[in-house]
Design a protein around this ligand. Structure first.
Ligand code: AMP
Ligand code: MG
Length: 390
């Protein structure tokens, strides 16, 4: 049995980032930027007005000064003349500052009669000008690798990128195993249950930027299970669910061994999720998750999601942790790292009383995992602990 940290390191060692591809900007959100994108624009491209008002020479702006309005500069329609002493150009936010002007007086600070304006106060220190390149210029860019947020997409668009190079989305084949499983919507016979895990995992794959391929449920039969794995060999990652313990009907280990898997590890010192296996099947990363629904979802969060990130070109990193204050005492922990389902609020973290790894309803109500290191002593209210957001 190895630690979560060592298991993750073994798993990352199996991951080679996939090829890059160029996608239109509209398809870039959530993808991992593969090549640093330098600005192709200076923004703003010219000195621009930050306010609606009048562009004038700063030297002319004494209280009570009068100006003749000689033209207008609006967004998209600059003024082609020059502002000279005693003249002003009506200007709007984002419009180019006319030549000769070096201040914008806001419209609230003047009175206007016909083509004449009068400054009614001493103007503030702020000249209300956005200098050219104030936001970004040719030496600025967005560095790779980076998971692109909507804000990043806006910035790339402003930098005049119509398309970007991103890591290919890993294809993740999901195999449910077990004679007892039927799909949601079917009517289960007395000893059957619904194959819920595959649906949760597929959603998680997609949230992590992968493409989920759900394979038909494989019964606990060597031949059929093997055939299902063979169907999945084209994928970048195979995630199997269940059949990974040592019971008579736990056939996943035997099948992947027959198929030639180089095993990286089997059994991780964690709770839930001990029977977890990983290895390489040809070019495919194989991850065998436990069948219990909560175990499957938590091990996927801790192992599958970082793998999908690494394959897209992100630096190999475990699920991010934060600190929180305990709102309830917890007893001492055993030899396995414990990921307790919990509620995290601004006040702190509160684990659920029921932690059985078959309880999906509790997992659905949880928004965080409280991490207990192996052999962690009992902890009191107010102590600081590690949590992982769900
Ligand atoms: P196993 O590791 O195959 O013994 O599965 C452990 C437990 O998880 C059993 O109660 C299975 O019925 C259940 N289980 C296995 N696969 C799934 C699945 N895809 N969805 C929901 N429950 C499952
Ligand atoms: Mg099973």
């Amino acid at each position: 049995m190895i630690s979560v940290q060592d298991a993750l390191a073994h798993l990352f060692a199996l991951c080679t980032p996939l090829d890059n591809e160029t996608v239109p900007l509209r398809a870039a959100s959530g993808r991992v930027l593969a090549e640093t994108a330098m600005a192709r624009m200076v923004q703003p491209p010219f000195d621009a007005s930050a306010m609606d008002g009048y562009a004038v020479r700063d030297a002319d702006t004494t209280e009570g000064a009068g100006f003749e309005v000689i033209g207008e500069s609006a967004a998209g329609h600059g003024f082609s003349g020059t502002v000279s002493q005693g003249s002003a150009v009506r200007i709007f936010t984002g419009a180019p500052l006319p030549a000769g002007a070096d201040r914008v007086i806001i419209q609230e600070d003047v009175t206007r009669e016909g083509n004449r304006i009068t400054l009614t106060c001493t103007p503030s220190d702020n000249r209300n000008i956005r200098p050219a390149g104030n936001d970004f210029g040719p030496t600025d860019g967005l560095s790779a690798p980076r998971r692109l947020s909507p804000q990043d997409v806006a910035l790339l668009a402003a930098m005049n990128h119509a398309e970007v190079s991103v890591g290919r989305r890993p294809v993740v084949a999901i195999i449910s195993t077990g004679d007892e499983l039927v799909l949601p919507g079917e009517t289960p016979r007395p000893s059957q249950i619904i194959a819920s895990n595959a649906f949760g995992l597929a959603a998680m794959v997609e949230q992590a930027g992968g493409i989920a391929r759900m394979l038909p449920i494989a019964p606990d039969d060597m031949t059929l299970l093997r055939a299902t794995f063979e169907m999945a060999m084209e994928a970048d990652v195979i995630v199997s669910i269940g059949g990974a313990s040592v019971g008579d009907h736990d056939l996943v280990g035997k099948v992947v061994e027959e198929l030639g898997m180089e095993r990286a590890f089997y059994k991780v010192a964690m709770r839930p999720g001990k029977p977890l296996m990983a290895g390489r099947l040809g070019d495919t990363v194989m991850l065998g998750l436990p069948g219990n629904p909560v175990s499957a979802m938590i091990t996927a969060k801790l192992f599958m999601v970082p793998v999908i990130g690494a394959l897209q070109g992100l630096p190999p990193q475990p699920a991010p942790r934060q600190k929180a204050v305990l709102l309830q005492p917890v007893s001492d922990n055993g030899p396995r790292e414990h990921y307790m389902r919990a509620i995290l609020t601004a006040e702190g973290v509160q684990p659920f009383a029921r932690q059985d790894s078959s309880l999906l309803s509790i997992l659905s109500n949880a928004n965080a995992l409280l991490v207990r290191p192996p052999h962690d002593p009992a902890r009191e209210v107010g102590e600081t602990v590690d949590v992982i957001s769900l």
